[in-house]
Design a protein around this ligand. Structure first.
Ligand code: HXC
Length: 530
């Protein structure tokens, strides 16, 4: 039970003013009452107070604005009890570090957002901004409080404004733990990371009824705006949890990788994994058929401290993987092509996913380790007309502007524009390594041969002769270009490394770069949703 609730038990001998406070506190803390709390639980949901209790370090929560309530009186609001105006705000600690938090209380008018509710959230966000601590929102709300009219819309605007002001300054995390509808979805969308819980979280701009009226489509809440839809298709959601406790555990883990604000580095931890640990298993990379798919996760697990990788956005654009790991005890962000999906090619969604993550890392002083195995951009009318040029450009922009340490390793393919995009030397990569089996070229040997020797191939008298010529020319091309050595000879690759040395080399480079600072580039870097 919450400390404040324990304290609020009225003692008959207390002075009257104290008793009045205790009574006001008790009433405010009841939320929508036992019946509504029961209904909340019947849906498999915790109450707002329970959520804060389970998320934060035990006993650390300090509530603010408990006694705030609405001044609106229309549509019967004057006769209603609206404890805390439907939102609990305050601060506490997670893993011993301060955070600001708000939790919408669905038991009070469906957690709907009126002006007072919004200004409580705004106040706690200001506190987070001024004191440089992360802000975490627990959302469970029917949206704009209809009875308050445009006041509630203005309230949302106050929150959006602060989301934008805090962007790139303090980490912002949103947990969707119930409905999140209408314009309300845009506050989480402006934050850095969105969590959803299977079965209870729903986000949409217009719900199933409006969709049916407008387009005739019949769709369920889950299909339209459940965790699968947003984690796998829209990309709005970064993390899916099986349950609320699982969600809180993931949030606590995520925070362990983040600094409190852009003015700090991420926390260092004692590292039991030897920095000189070799990675001989990665030698298998060089035996692999160049067309064979593999999951890049295996490489990440090999190089990471204690083989631990905290993946972000795991269900979305699986051809690109992003997430956090530690190397030699220091937090780094991983950006890597994943040949197990679409051959690891860059497409629209992968570009957006990587670019936003890179910008987050750069805003919060987290070095970037890029693992490259990319055959190029994914071809097709859908991609071209969908704007692969515009979306692909975001990765270029994100890497070029990033001034945190940037280390890349080319494991196998790095072709064409995609070679450039993946943190290449001339995009100001600090250390660029390649495995001996890396193929770095303008395009793959077969494609290059078809273009360079089209006349010679056409002149062949038989198919067999053409196939033999094609194979020979491809081999010649591959010997010259599809290796790391031409690139190493120009300095665009700093070192061709043995795969068994990959972890050692990256950690050594990170150590060297630990105080990297480029004057004039440490201004505020907003993390605009891409
Ligand atoms: C006032 C609201 C409310 C709202 C719910 N309630 N939404 N009160 N304003 N927006 C109240 C209900 O009247 C009810 O009160 C209690 O909350 C619980 O709601 P129920 O409908 O009984 O719960 P449930 O069946 O679980 O349905 C939840 C729901 C539904 C799906 C969220 O309530 C719903 O569709 N609400 C409206 C959603 C919506 O259209 N919001 C406006 C979006 S526009 P009692 O007293 O009966 O318990 C918007 C614009 C924002 O948000 C723009 C920002 C830029």
């Amino acid at each position: 039970m919450d400390n404040a609730l324990k304290k609020s038990r009225t003692s008959a001998r207390a002075p009257a003013s104290l008793r009045a406070l205790q009574e006001a506190t008790r009433k405010a803390m009841q939320g929508g009452g036992a019946e509504k709390a029961q209904a909340q639980k019947a849906r498999g949901k915790f109450t707002a107070r329970e959520r804060i209790h389970y998320l934060l370090d035990e006993g650390s929560f300090q509530e603010t604005d408990l006694l705030v309530t609405t001044r609106a009186t229309d549509f019967g609001l004057q006769d209603k009890d609206i404890p805390g105006d439907g939102v609990i705000t305050g601060f506490g600690t997670i893993n011993g570090r301060e955070v600001c938090v708000y939790a919408q209380d669905f038991t009070v008018l469906g957690g709907s957002l009126g002006l007072a509710h919004a200004m409580k959230i705004a106040k706690i966000m200001d506190l987070a901004y001024d004191n440089k601590v992360p802000v975490i929102g627990l959302l469970d709300s029917g949206g704009a409080r209809i009875q308050e009219g445009v006041d509630s819309l203005d309230g949302y605007a106050e929150i959006f404004y602060r989301n934008t002001k805090c962007s790139g300054v303090v980490p912002q995390i949103s947990l969707i733990l119930g409905p999140c509808a209408g314009g309300a979805v845009y506050s989480p969308a402006l934050t850095d990371f969105v969590f959803m819980v299977e079965g209870i979280s729903h986000m949409f701009v217009t719900g199933p009824d409006v969709v049916k009226a407008a387009t005739g489509e019949e769709v369920s809440f889950d299909h339209l705006g459940g965790s699968d839809a947003h984690a796998g298709k829209s990309g709005v959601c970064h993390f899916v949890a099986k349950s609320e406790p699982d969600c809180f555990r993931q949030v606590r883990e995520l925070l362990s990788y983040l600094p409190q604000s852009r003015f700090e580095k991420p926390p260092r931890v004692a590292n039991p994994d030897p920095v000189r640990r070799q990675t001989p298993l990665l030698e298998k990379m060089c035996d692999l058929d160049a067309r064979k798919a593999y999951r890049m996760h295996h490489v990440v697990w090999q190089v990471a401290d204690e083989h631990k990788f905290f993946e972000v956005h795991a269900g979305y654009a699986k051809n690109m993987i992003v997430g956090f790991m530690r190397m030699g005890g220091e937090v780094v962000g991983v950006v890597a092509n994943n040949p197990a999906h679409l051959a690891g090619a860059l497409d629209i969604n992968a570009s957006d996913k990587a670019a936003r993550f890179i910008r987050f890392l750069n805003a919060f002083n987290i070095p970037i380790v890029t693992l490259v195995d990319v055959p190029g951009y994914w071809p097709g009318v859908h991609q071209e007309h969908g704007g692969i040029i515009r979306h692909g450009a975001k990765i270029l922009h994100a890497y070029c502007e990033a001034t945190v340490p940037k280390i890349s390793v080319i494991l196998r393919k790095a072709y064409g524009g995609a070679y450039i995009a993946m943190s290449s030397k001339h995009m100001r990569g600090d250390f660029n390594f390649a495995a001996p089996c890396a193929e770095i070229a303008v395009m793959g040997p077969q494609g290059a041969t078809e273009i360079l020797f089209s006349r010679e191939l056409a002149a062949c008298k038989t198919d067999e002769e053409r196939a033999q010529l094609r194979a020979r020319l491809s081999r010649d091309y591959a010997d010259k270009f599809a290796s790391p050595y031409q690139t190493a000879s120009t300095g665009s690759i700093d070192e061709v490394i043995e795969p068994s040395q990959m972890r050692v080399k990256i950690i050594r480079a990170l150590r060297f770069l630990k105080d990297k600072r480029i004057p004039g580039t440490h201004e505020n870097r907003g993390n605009i949703p891409l």
